[in-house]
Design a binder for this molecule. Structure first.
Ligand SMILES: [Zn+2]
Length: 737
């Protein structure tokens, strides 16, 4: 069970007037600009008229003003400044980016501060990899340079020397010399296929490619199959474009020497404080203890380039790999091995305590300062981080600048807005996780929503993820933001016309800093980006720099501004609407769809009727609370109700707390940190969301053991989710039994 199609939730509601198409010519440009402003203002006025929850605060002019203030030059300037040097977490260079963000937000007159943590990070000390052929005398030996090449006139050539050598964080130190086995994408099913073909992985070096699952899962699977070490590469099939398309700087594709680095830690946060915050003087595991848990890779591993991998493939023997395992046209034929290619791999890492820094800026709420709307983005990068993550940082500072201009015009949000610049996301969502753990109870009782952007831009196309009660708000925000790639329509128009399914992803994966907010505490959250997905050709390589962004990711920087506009519109509404713009009917619809999938999978062994019953009750409660929202809104408009009436606060508390009800104190079986029973991590792929993760895991183990006890456990898990859904209805209705 994973992502489900939620297109049904996104049927267009009331159509809005579209901005005029842009004619050619200077005068016409001016006319069209005026028309566009008029059109946009009309759209906004209509928007706020049609959505009474938005009125009377923020007054329409604040929203319109916010949208009109977008500046691509500002976003570009911040991105350039943030990406002058590679800035891995825990380094001096990244401390400078913390200072940069602190200064930029302070300069906008927002109170800002840094919260540091001491956490276990990981750096390479020595790496080597050579290839020989065990076949006969005169065997070839190649020593790979493990170096990503710069190109003639690369403005970042000098700074490239400061980049961290290509490595996998937390890989075990050691030397392995063994035959290579080709393991395709390194999934469970790939290793199962090798076993079925009689290819023994035990004691070998598994050679696998990126493209389907996260590197932490590839290496974990390799170890589970008995491999002594793993080598993971970026196949030109996924990262190189069509033959003849060339590579960066001539095209957007990864150069042959490009390497995708990453972290192999399968846990979340600082490995020395597995269920609690890394506060000063806290209880900790020793580095040794932390490095020897099952969440660590425990074998040496290295990421390598396509160029190096092709040399290895060329020396491989054994059976020809199946069609789905082959590479791009014109490359070597891939064989399974083992050998005769022998890989000699040495890795020495420094796994050490280091200081990371989260940066915060705060706009205090005028009426409800103890209710938080939290905007977050990480700042640390494996290299220059132009897309990942500083396209998001640049968008956040650009957005903050607009909020500061709004403040000068008298805007005061009702609730507190918190900007967060996270550190060490790349190592395991570390900065955000430690902060959420440290502020757990405060966030649990006070956080209204968490709005995340990691990579904000890698190309055209809009890709959002939300918890379902925010679906409607997301749609409304995209309806007032112009598509950065087509001025004749809104982001909403192009999003709905695109053939990307599902239209909205959910947030159970470990892909970014929303993880602790959604999966540990149960805070309504969202994440958005422009582009085909968070993994793009130069992802986590040396080439994720300003030149790539300006040439291929976002020439003109309009997508940065659009991302900031959607992000900011959602924040404005959440921070300023009297009544929180949450709609739980979406949630009930989603849960029903998920349950149908489960029902099919457990047919004849367990029943989903308790879950269906609880979802029906949720739908009723959601409809009722929606009517209450409308009624209070009416009373507000007719001045029968005061803006600071406790009635409003009570209704909002129910809307805010309902998401918390989907979490359970005990957490998911054997994954106790993960508390959310609807959205959680997929066991197979850190980039995937598991729906009803507890039920999904129980089904997987019941299938393998297939006894009545294990199916009983599946039934237990279904009941557990049903109870959580019932709790959510109880909170929404606000009545004791
Ligand atoms: Zn990132």
């Amino acid at each position: 069970m994973s992502r489900l199609d939620s297109a049904s939730l996104l049927a267009p509601s009331t159509p809005l007037p579209k901005p005029k198409p842009r004619p050619r010519g200077r005068f016409l440009c001016l006319v069209s600009a005026v028309l566009a402003i008029l059109g946009a203002s009309l759209a906004l006025l209509l928007f706020f008229a049609l959505h009474p929850a938005a009125a009377p605060n923020p007054a329409p002019n604040y929203a319109a003003l916010f949208l009109s203030l977008g500046s691509n030059d500002t976003a570009a300037a911040h991105l350039r400044a943030l990406t002058l040097h590679p800035h891995v977490a825990g380094t001096k260079a990244n401390a400078l980016t913390a200072r940069y963000v602190l200064d930029a937000l302070s300069a906008l007159s927002f109170p800002a501060h840094i919260t540091p943590y001491s956490v276990l990070l990981s750096y390479p000390v020595h790496r080597s990899l050579s290839l020989s052929s065990a076949r006969g005398p005169g065997h070839v030996v190649t020593s790979f340079s493990l170096k990503q090449e710069t190109y003639p006139d690369d403005p970042y050539a000098a700074a490239a020397g400061e980049a961290i050598p290509t490595f996998f964080a937390y890989a075990a130190s050691g030397s392995v010399s063994a035959e290579a086995v080709y393991a395709n994408y390194g999934r469970d099913e790939d290793f199962a296929y090798l076993a079925s073909r009689g290819v023994d992985v035990a004691g070998k070096v598994a050679l696998a490619r990126y493209g389907r699952i996260h590197c932490e899962d590839i290496v974990h699977n390799a170890r589970a199959a008995g491999a002594a070490a793993a080598v993971v590469y970026t196949d030109p099939l996924e990262y190189g474009g069509a033959p003849g398309e060339g590579w960066f700087p001539d095209s957007r594709w990864l150069p042959p020497s490009g390497v995708q680095v990453g972290s192999l830690f399968r846990g979340v946060g600082d490995p020395t404080t597995p269920m609690w915050a890394s506060s000063e003087g806290c209880d900790r595991l020793s580095v040794d203890e932390a490095m020897n848990t099952d969440d660590m890779p425990l074998i040496p591993a290295l990421p390598v380039s396509a160029q190096d991998a092709m040399e290895i493939h060329a020396v491989m023997g054994g059976a020809v790999a199946p069609a789905g395992w082959q590479g791009r046209e014109g490359g070597p034929v891939y064989r399974l091995g083992p050998g005769p290619a022998v890989l000699n791999l040495t890795y020495l890492g420094n796994d050490t305590m280091a200081t990371i820094e989260n940066v915060f800026a705060i706009i205090e709420g005028a009426e409800e300062p103890d209710r938080y709307v939290i905007l977050g983005n990480h700042r640390d990068a494996w290299t220059f981080g132009a897309s990942d993550p500083n396209s998001g940082t640049a968008a956040m500072i650009e957005l903050a600048q607009r909020f500061s201009m709004l403040q000068k015009q008298g805007w005061k949000p009702r609730r507190t807005i918190v900007f967060c610049s996270w550190d060490a996301e790349e190592y395991g969502l570390t900065g955000s996780t430690e902060w959420v753990e440290e502020n757990l109870e405060m966030l649990s009782s006070r956080a209204v929503a968490y709005l995340n952007i990691d990579v904000s831009v890698v190309g055209p196309g809009f890709l959002p993820s939300t918890t379902p009660q925010l679906d409607e708000l997301l749609q409304e925000a995209t309806k007032v933001v112009q598509d950065p790639d087509n001025s004749s329509q809104t982001v909403y128009d192009s999003w709905i016309k695109s053939n990307i399914y599902p239209r909205v992803l959910r947030l159970g994966d470990g892909g970014s800093d929303y993880s602790a907010f959604v999966q540990h505490v149960g805070i309504p959250s969202m994440n958005i980006l422009f582009g085909e997905g968070p993994v793009y050709p130069v992802y986590h390589s040396l080439y994720d720099d300003y030149v790539w962004m300006a040439k291929f990711g976002d020439p003109g920087f309009r997508r940065h501004v659009a991302a900031a506009s959607i992000w900011g519109m959602m924040a404005l509404r959440l921070a300023s609407d009297e009544i929180l713009p949450f709609n739980y009917i979406s949630y009930a619809v989603e849960l029903e769809a998920y349950t149908k999938v489960v029902e099919n999978e457990v047919k004849g062994t367990a029943t989903c009727s308790p879950l269906y019953d609880s979802i029906r009750a949720l739908r009723k409660a959601a409809i009722k609370v929606n009517n209450e929202q409308k009624e209070l809104q009416k009373q507000l408009l007719s001045k029968q109700l005061n803006r600071d009436s406790l009635k409003i606060r009570q209704l909002n508390d129910r809307l805010m707390q309902a998401e918390r009800a989907f979490t359970s104190r005990e957490g998911i079986f054997k994954l106790e940190w993960f508390k959310h029973l609807v959205y959680g991590p997929s066991d197979q792929n850190d980039w995937d969301t598991a729906i009803y993760p507890g039920v999904a895991n129980a089904i997987t183990s019941a299938r393998s053991s297939n006894n009545s006890e294990s199916w009983k456990f599946v039934q237990r898990e279904i009941y557990r989710v049903a109870r959580a859904v019932t709790q959510a209805s109880a909170i929404l209705s606000g009545r004791l039994t």
